[in-house]
Design a protein around this ligand. Structure first.
Ligand SMILES: [Zn+2]
Length: 211
């Protein structure tokens, strides 16, 4: 079982679970930080019904590479956090050069739902701070683009907090698992089992599972 915690299918952000029998696609809903300008009312950016039906709130976040909209991003993200908390949905988070703001917002909102920081590419120090605030780390392209850095991240990241993803790379999620397993020096099966457990932990926070 391979969990691809974040990818896109037909312009939709999804979680994809692949096994021998096929695949399961779970949609996520959210306003991406690059798209906040399209939102008219930052405090009510999404229809509640769509949040109730979804597997996670995502892809949402903060991106300082898009400085001109940062203030609006913060407003929209705050509303996303509220939706995630009130509907008990985990969040798939995009964060570029705004980790301290992200942590501050998690603290001020007293957010309890799990946040998965997707496409993580920051320093080990930043990662340790995110872990201290109960976040999960998802790795994808960094495994290929910067192997020494990825190995360093993996060395310091408890496997209980790890996810893997393909995002927009077009890679096969099985290859991403194989790549991570090589860097960790573990079996792919071990990663499959562990990450599926991590995914189960996200899901049990989800109000829709009825547990
Ligand atoms: Zn994405």
């Amino acid at each position: 079982m391979f969990v691809d915690i974040h990818t896109h299918i037909d312009n939709q952000s999804v979680i994809r679970i692949v096994d021998e029998c096929g695949e399961k696609i779970l949609t996520t809903v959210g306003v991406h930080p690059w798209e906040v300008e399209s939102v008219e009312e930052a405090s009510t950016p999404l229809p509640c019904a769509s949040v109730e039906m979804t597997a996670a709130v995502g892809e949402v976040g903060l991106d300082k590479a898009h400085r001109d909209t940062f203030e609006k991003q913060v407003e929209v993200f705050r509303a996303m956090v509220e939706l995630s908390e009130s509907y008990r949905k985990p969040m798939i988070v995009h964060c570029v050069r705004a980790y301290s703001e992200l942590i501050a917002m998690r603290k001020s909102a007293k957010a309890k739902m799990p946040w998965v920081i997707h496409g993580f590419n920051g320093s080990v120090e930043t990662m340790l701070q995110l872990l201290r605030h109960d976040m999960y780390i998802s790795l994808g392209e960094v495994l290929y683009r910067n192997e020494p850095k990825a190995a360093e991240i993996l060395k310091n990241l408890p496997v209980e907090r790890l996810f893997l993803e393909t995002d927009v790379s077009g890679r096969n999620i099985k290859d991403v698992y194989a790549k991570a397993a090589t860097l960790i020096e573990c079996e792919v099966d071990f990663l499959c089992k562990q990450i599926f457990e991590n995914y189960g932990r996200l899901e049990t926070t989800n109000g829709n599972t009825g547990r």
